[in-house]
Design a protein around this ligand. Sequence first.
Ligand code: FMN
Length: 187
Amino acid sequence: MKKIAIVYHSAHGHTEHIARCIRESIQKIDNIEVSLLNAVELYDQPEQLVEFDGIIWGSPTYLGGVSGSFKNFMDSTGKIWRMQQFKGKLAAAFTVSSLPAGDKQSTLLSLFVFSMQHGMIWLGNPILPEQHNGVPYEEAANRLGSWSGLMAQTEHNSSAESFAMGDIKTAQIFGQNFAQTLQQFNI
Ligand SMILES: Cc1cc2nc3c(=O)[nH]c(=O)nc-3n(C[C@H](O)[C@H](O)[C@H](O)COP(=O)(O)O)c2cc1C
């Protein structure tokens, strides 16, 4: 049995909704246990994460980077970094923002560098954008064309669950791919 943690921060529920979609897709995979963990609650005890084989990071994009709350969590892992206790674990990340581009790439890059400093193994989002095969843009998996991690976009002031079908589908495939890749790893 392999264990996956999804560690997220979400002030208004959008990032949490995508985190839940990822969790649902992982729950369908055999021999994998998945936990949804709030980064704010982990701040005092990030060592809880050491028992997991794979960790998916999720933060909203705030001013072109991770949210302050997520950064607080990242900084709380200093002792874990010194002991390299995340070394060899599988890592991936997702972010949500309100603008079509919105500088989401910077957020993913920050989470990539964080994972590399911890000696983790980065997994991207290997999905060909389905609109190239005639699927309507709003329904297309990886419609935003992000391979380094999962991106989702929702309008400013929209309800927490209001995402294009394509972004929900992307989250499901992303979660499934993470779990299936972890199963192939002997870690
Ligand atoms: C302080 C702040 C900064 C933001 N900066 C960006 C940004 O740089 N790019 C963008 O597209 N959206 C930006 N947004 C919008 C959020 O990314 C968007 O509302 C997201 O869905 C919030 O996720 P949450 O509901 O999980 O907190 C910002 C929102 C806030 C509150």
